[in-house]
Design a protein around this ligand. Structure first.
Ligand code: PPS
Length: 298
């Protein structure tokens, strides 16, 4: 159920979505903050991790925090990664008057249309991580059970319909990926597949270091890869978000670090759901040449 919201700030009270400039968003957001972010004062040294939800955001937070905090690498000591690379559009007040030293790291799920305008003039750097949308849908389904600010789905089939129609926080997966990709010339941007990170994380980390002009020796890169495995992130409270956001999350439900695998959709989609999804994907994404990996080892 979507509704229009008055153009003012509000507290989170409802699981209903509201529409902001054409994008469905959840009650965790405020209009005031979204407006502020469109004109955010981006520095050329800023680095933005951009993802649709459930596409590997906190994984990238961990990797980039480690790439830039290299003196902490040996001990693994760092602030929680949601402090090292805070959310642009969600109420961490410090972001408004953000005087962190450069380079500042940010994460955001904002669609192309709502991103700070300065980024579109090639200010800052963007790493856009995308994941196959069948696994995104499954991960997002469980996240709806975990996050109290999102409507608990009746069942997976009902959720999948909403996901396909963009009746979820941050709207349509298809529009998100397509619009960021189609406007790529406006940004300093690289695209990274989640699945390729699961296959060869070291190559991905080397690619990030090169793009970010942050040369690290092989030993440091190996440490980053080791700290960023699913197994190690899951047991590290500074990396796994265990301490972030309570009470907006239900601690009895698997949270941010759920399974971290490729192809979980195969145990959730019926044959009919898969056929329908594949058809819609092919229609909507035919002009987007990004490589999608649907199964392990593909
Ligand atoms: S959020 O809420 O949008 O910020 O979630 P996000 O971090 O984008 O995505 C969560 C999914 O990413 C998986 N994840 C990982 N996979 C592999 N390796 C590592 N290190 C890793 N860290 C997080 C996490 O398990 C979620 O996927 P699912 O399929 O739900 O397990």
């Amino acid at each position: 159920m979507c509704r229009n919201m008055a153009e003012d700030e509000k507290e989170f009270q409802t699981v209903e979505l509201f529409n902001f400039k054409g994008c469905n968003l959840s009650g965790i957001h405020t209009i005031k903050r979204l407006d502020q972010m469109e004109n955010y004062d981006v520095r050329d040294s800023d680095v933005f991790i951009v993802t649709y939800p459930k596409s590997g955001t906190i994984w990238m937070q961990t990797i980039l925090a480690h790439i830039f905090m290299d003196e902490d690498l040996k001990t693994g000591e760092c602030k929680p990664t949601y402090r090292e690379a805070p959310w642009l559009e969600i109420s961490v007040k410090e972001i408004i008057t953000d005087d962190r030293p450069s380079p500042r790291l940010f994460v955001t799920h904002l669609p192309y249309e709502l991103i700070p305008k300065a980024l579109k003039k090639k200010m800052g750097k963007v790493i856009y991580v995308y994941r196959n949308p069948k696994d995104v849908a499954v991960s997002f389904y469980y996240f709806h059970k975990f996050a109290n600010y999102l409507e608990t789905p009746e069942n997976f089939g009902a959720f999948l319909q909403k996901f396909l129609k963009g009746q979820v926080d941050y709207d349509s997966w298809f529009n998100h990926v397509k619009n960021w990709y189609n406007h790529r010339e406006e940004f300093n941007i690289i695209f990274q597949s989640y699945e390729e990170m699961t296959q060869d994380l070291k190559t991905a980390v080397i690619k990030f270091c090169k793009f970010l002009e942050r040369p690290l020796d092989d030993g440091s890169i190996n440490i980053i890869v080791e700290h960023s495995t699913f197994k190690n992130m899951k047991k590290n409270p500074k990396l796994n978000y265990e301490r972030a956001g309570f009470p907006i999350f239900d601690p009895s439900v698997p949270g941010f670090m759920r399974k971290g695998i490729v192809g979980d959709w195969k145990t959730h989609f019926t044959v009919a759901q898969n056929e329908m999804f594949t058809k819609i994907f092919q229609e909507k994404m035919e002009d987007v040449p990004l490589k999608f990996i649907w199964e392990p080892g593909e």
